[in-house]
Design a protein around this ligand. Structure first.
Ligand code: DC
Length: 225
């Protein structure tokens, strides 16, 4: 029986951390759709494209093949036969992903793959448009958010822990606010809370509390299907 948990929300709300834990608890695979947009962004950056070049980006979509594999339960993203999973989590790639994902050609390329994964597996899928557009019939829909300040704080700490060059806090906060604006205001499948999604503001919640809250909802609905 199909069973899908859709977790949408803005950048830095903790979706992937939470989604991975829920996937383990609920015996689902975790599908990180942001990583797919990031993979396309890697291709565009390698071509030397500017994010404003819609025609070139649209035409290039024909030459891109994105696949997903799982190794020890971890999602791997394959771009035209090359495993580029390790290249996805940089600020540069994140910015290009946000800017290029406004184009319908980019989105349509990935939506088909996302729906196929959900048809063939029990999934926890996170992103921006999963509950509203990709899987409108998902059994569980969560809109996970936190204040811009809290998300900037978390991103700052995460970068520091990774030992990466860390921009100052105000720059991180500005980047997050810009990304929110772009993700929420694009024409095609923008980020918004689905009417039937449960809103969770995790600004003052621990990871454990968020996981427990979502697991309780997901377990109740799993019994219904
Ligand atoms: O979740 P993330 O930061 O890895 O996503 C990177 C960008 O990809 C995000 O800013 C917008 C885009 N994205 C999208 O448009 N739709 C999705 N379902 C997932 C990500």
């Amino acid at each position: 029986m199909n069973y899908s948990i859709a977790i949408d929300g803005p950048a830095g709300a903790g979706k992937s951390t939470i989604a991975k834990l829920i996937a383990k608890k609920m015996d689902c695979i975790y599908v990180d759709t942001g990583a797919m947009y990031r993979a396309m962004a890697v291709y565009f950056l390698r071509q030397g494209f500017d994010a404003s070049w819609e025609d070139k980006i649209t035409a290039a979509c024909e030459d891109i093949n994105v696949e997903i594999q799982y190794v020890d339960g971890e999602q791997q993203v394959i771009l035209n036969g090359e495993n580029i999973t390790g290249m996805l989590r940089t600020e540069e790639v994140g910015k290009m992903a946000s800017a290029s994902s406004v184009y319908p050609a980019v989105r349509l390329k990935l939506v088909e793959l996302q729906r196929k994964l959900a048809k063939e597996n029990r999934v926890v899928m996170d992103g921006r448009d999963i509950g509203t557009y990709v899987l409108p019939d998902a059994e569980v829909k969560i809109y996970l958010t936190a204040s811009v300040d809290e998300r900037a704080n978390r991103r700052y700490k995460e970068l520091k822990e990774k030992g990466q060059a860390v921009p100052d806090y105000e720059t991180i906060k500005k980047d997050i606010a810009e990304r929110d604006y772009r993700d929420m205001n694009r024409d095609f499948a923008p980020l918004k809370q689905a009417d039937d999604a449960v809103l969770i503001d995790c600004s003052d919640m621990s990871i454990e509390e968020v996981v427990d809250t979502i697991s309780a909802i997901a377990t109740a609905r799993d019994k219904d299907v």
